[in-house]
Write a protein that binds this ligand. Structure first.
Ligand code: ATP
Length: 847
């Protein structure tokens, strides 16, 4: 199938696009496509709805034809509303999946490019390294020390060594590179891959459960029983009083439909999903929906330094060599030749030869490309330089070792070149290169190096040391007894916006902690500038951490703001200790070794730009811009979403309580039924649908980040919400019954009294929806127009009410009477009365 000539060169873009047409996208097809029809039908999949439909049909046969048709229309409209909510959720979840799709490095047109893995075709030459997920089935053609985790296919969790030999050269889509790097030729894509063959297994990945949704589902069940109980009483009392049985049965069922908050868990999903798309706009891609809930509780953010707090735009500022500092004007000085060789050979950069811009033509880790840019002005210069030697083996950089080494054959001489964190390199050096000669690294020399290192790192420079060994035999000793050359110091400026975000976190009771592999001095200098740490006492290194036992660390951890020179294993320990302190920890990670800590954190965060696939997969959230500020924005959104969920729970439950109580109180008082079944359904349609959804997208309260983080196990009804619902719901019920009674006292006909009750019940809920926008501020203090969705939703509901009162045809259907000004005053008095008292109470309370 594949022409053998193209094996080592990759494809041209033209050929790739031809093949893409022939072979199709490199994706696994999904069985589970959302079917809109299915979603719509599922809206009727509810026992109570069926009872209502049955009752309606019966009443239709008994003569109430107009009622029956209207009730069916209302039921369908409710289903449409539910359908819109659910379809939107499915769509946004699908979009999410697309966003988190994989990218891959491929060589096309003789150039290395980063493309979306979907675009891979058989024949493509892919480049991979540790942490990458293999994007298609492929044959290795070049390898270095490769170990692959194939557990997704075989269940075997130990890494499998692979190389380019015939028997061992196949790698498969979905497996993960644990170690090493290489190039491979794609042989199969999409559904033709091994993974494609078992794709069905993947379809059934369980959806993450949302704790809040589950809690609400349980609450919902309790409420269902309570509502049904009350509905039965209302129906029974009506029948005892001698009212029409069918009429009373229909009333009970309609009340149940209106009062049971069956949509509550669904609205939570909608609120979470809408939140996810808002977060996406702020560059935070949430992979697991429940993470949105937890985000709002975050009490500690553990952030990497490089790239997250800083820009990851490295520039070498000075080089220490031969007890002297060289600045960027004299990096081309021939005396620096050995350092230049080390930093160039011991480096995994790639070159895009077509790119003329020096900042873009070198591709790779910013630390490494910065070193290349210090010595070379374009790709061809480096190409010429690299011809002087051939790399014959390497040990890649690893954030545990904080070092990298290569052995290079230079015209028969094998030299080992090493670069890495200065302390790590120094401890492997026996000699030092002084004035072109190899000398013993005495304590005196060491002190000089260390004092220079201390100066440079205190100036916030990130330091990388260089060393070599001339008999670099590949025998395990190539990193021992090295000759120390010197080190380079590079700046990586802090991101401008981070300081304000750190301050915001402090005000929001969130502890910001820096966890970095970098030197203590560098870390402290940056941390101080960003307001993370003030005092040296707040800094600890990985070595010091190792000396603390778990209990000591537990007692100290709250005072530590910077963890420097740590390894990924330390990160895991730090997460664990914070969790023992009952903190909710958000932890960032990028490298493959960070995955366990990221997985273990309450909110694992990975880097969209620089992160490895493994870490992304372990994370709950991906920062598309790698920026710390995005974490804070996401936490803020998390709080806003939780508050919004509280808002509509408050609204829905107090309104439903008001509706049930209206009917319950009046039957206890042996009054006529204040609302007919069709009117109850209208109330439900006008108040429960659009206004509740609009509350779910309420803009944030300005002071959302002024409060302490909430407790993760806090009940959704905590902080007075339960009382608010009970009191306000009761008042809505009482006032509706009162307005119905006033009509009676003033000798109005029953139909007018019912219209008064209908008006009062709907208007008081529509006023209450605005109260629900804030738990602290009164209705007079909120900005009315800041949620235009709500204003429109309320306007539509008012229009519905006015239409059923004044349009003669609808008046017939809904059994209403037109209200005059005086009657409207009664309605508005009872609807506003409670809101007024509530606002005065909040106002006085605040004063
Ligand atoms: P953070 O954890 O905040 O991202 P970091 O990027 O400094 O911090 P590491 O990548 O683990 O953490 O780097 C630790 C140290 O290893 C650096 O201070 C540097 O001295 C050295 N180092 C970094 N990158 C390389 C590399 N490519 N080759 C050799 N040494 C490196």
């Amino acid at each position: 199938m594949i022409n053998e000539n193209e094996i080592y060169n990759g494809l041209s873009s033209l050929e790739a696009s031809k093949r893409l047409k022939k072979y199709g996208l490199n994706i696994l097809k999904e069985n589970k496509k959302i079917s809109p029809v299915k979603i719509f039908i599922s809206q009727f999949n509810d026992f109570i709805i069926w009872v209502l439909i049955a009752a309606t049909i019966i009443s239709g046969f008994m003569g109430e034809k107009a009622d029956a048709v209207t009730i069916i229309i209302i039921v369908i409209m409710n289903a449409v509303m539910g359908f819109i909510q659910e379809y939107r959720t499915e769509k946004s979840l699908e979009a999410l999946k697309k966003m988190s799709s994989q990218t891959t490095k491929v060589i096309r047109d003789d150039n290395i490019q980063v493309i979306n893995a979907e675009g891979l075709v058989p024949g493509d030459l892919i480049v991979f390294e540790s942490g990458d997920k293999i994007p298609a089935d492929a044959i290795i053609i070049q390898s270095s020390n490769i170990s692959i985790d194939e557990s997704i296919l075989t269940g075997e969790s130990l890494g499998v060594s692979k190389d380019s030999s015939n028997r061992n050269n196949s790698i498969y889509m979905g497996t993960v590179v644990l170690r090493g790097k290489g190039e491979a030729r794609v042989v199969e894509t999409g559904m033709h891959t091994e993974m494609g063959k078992i794709a069905n297994l993947l379809q059934n990945i369980e959806q993450e459960k949302s704790p809040l949704k589950e809690k609400l589902a349980t609450l919902g069940k309790i409420l269902v029983f309570l509502c049904i109980f009350i509905c039965i009483i209302v129906t029974a009392l009506g029948i005892i009083r001698g009212q029409d049985k069918y009429e009373m049965f229909l009333l009970g069922v309609s009340l149940a439909v209106a009062a049971i908050p069956e949509g509550l868990p669904a609205i939570v999903t909608v609120a979470l999903a809408l939140g996810v798309s808002r977060m996406l706009k702020r560059n935070a891609l949430v992979r697991k929906l429940p993470a949105v809930e937890t985000l709002g509780c975050t009490s500690v953010i553990c952030s990497d330094k490089t790239g997250t707090l800083t820009k990851n735009m490295m520039t070498v500022k000075s080089i220490y060599y031969n007890n002297r500092l060289y600045n960027d004007k004299n990096f081309k000085d021939s005396r620096l030749n050995m350092i230049k060789k080390t930093f160039t050979f011991c480096n995994d950069f790639e070159v895009n030869y077509r790119e003329k811009n020096i900042d873009k033509c070198f591709i790779g880790d910013p630390t490494e490309t910065a070193l290349i840019k210090a010595f070379f002005s374009n790709g061809n210069e480096v190409k010429e330089f690299l011809k002087t030697g051939e790399r014959i083996s390497d040990v890649p950089f690893d954030s545990n070792r904080k070092m990298m080494s290569v052995v290079v054959n230079e015209h028969g001489n094998k030299t080992s070149y090493v670069k890495g964190a200065p302390e790590r390199v120094l401890e492997r050096c026996k000699y030092i290169y002084i004035n072109g000669e190899k000398k013993i690294l005495t304590a005196e020399y060491k002190n000089k190096v260390q004092s220079a290192l201390s100066d440079m790192s205190s100036a916030a420079l990130r330091c990388i040391a260089a060393a070599y060994k001339d008999t670099g035999l590949v025998n395990g000793n190539q990193e021992k007894n090295l000759v120390f050359l010197g080190f380079a110091g590079m700046i990586d400026p802090p991101r401008k916006e981070v300081k304000a975000s750190v301050l915001k976190c402090n005000e929001a009771g969130i502890n910001v902690v820096m966890i970095t592999g970098d030197h203590k001095n560098t870390a402290f200098a940056i941390g101080k500038e960003l307001g993370i740490a003030k005092d040296w006492k707040e800094v600890i290194t990985g070595d010091e951490l190792d000396k603390l036992d778990d209990d000591k660390l537990l007692s100290k951890i709250n005072g530590i703001k910077i963890f420097a020179r740590v390894t990924p294993e330390h990160k895991l320990r730090i997460v664990g200790t914070f969790k023992r302190k009952n903190k909710i920890v958000a932890m960032t990670g990028d490298g493959v070794n960070d995955a366990p800590a990221v997985k273990n954190a309450d909110i694992g965060i990975s880097m969209g730009l620089s992160g490895t696939d493994v870490t992304k997969e372990a994370s709950a959230m991906i920062l598309l811009d790698d920026n710390f500020t995005t974490i804070v924005a996401a936490v803020e959104e998390g709080r806003v979403i939780y508050n919004n969920i509280r808002k509509f729970i408050r609204y829905l439950l107090s309104c439903n309580l008001g509706e049930v109580l209206t009917m319950f109180l009046s039957s206890l008082l042996y009054l006529d039924t204040p609302l007919l079944p069709i009117q109850i359904l209208l109330v439900n349609l006008a108040t429960d649908g659009l206004p509740a959804i609009a509350l779910g997208v309420d803009p944030k309260d300005e002071d959302v980040m002024d409060e302490m983080p909430r407790d993760k196990d806090e009940s959704i009804f905590a902080r007075g919400l339960k009382e608010k619902i009970l009191i306000r719901g009761s008042l809505i019920g009482i006032c509706t019954v009162l307005s119905f009674l006033v009509g009676g006292v003033l000798n109005m006909p029953l139909r007018t009294c019912r219209t008064l009750a209908l008006g009062t019940l709907i208007m008081s809920q529509l006023i209450h929806v605005f109260e629900c926008r804030s738990e602290k501020h009164s209705i007079f203090q909120i900005k009315f127009l800041s949620n235009m969705y709500l204003v429109c939703a309320v306007a539509i509901s008012v229009a519905m009410l006015v239409s059923v009162i004044y349009i003669p045809f609808l008046r017939g259907v809904f059994h209403t009477d037109p209200l005059n000004l005086f009657q409207w005053i009664i309605v508005l008095f009872f609807s506003c009365f409670i809101a007024g008292i509530n606002s005065i109470y909040l106002y006085l309370n605040k004063k």
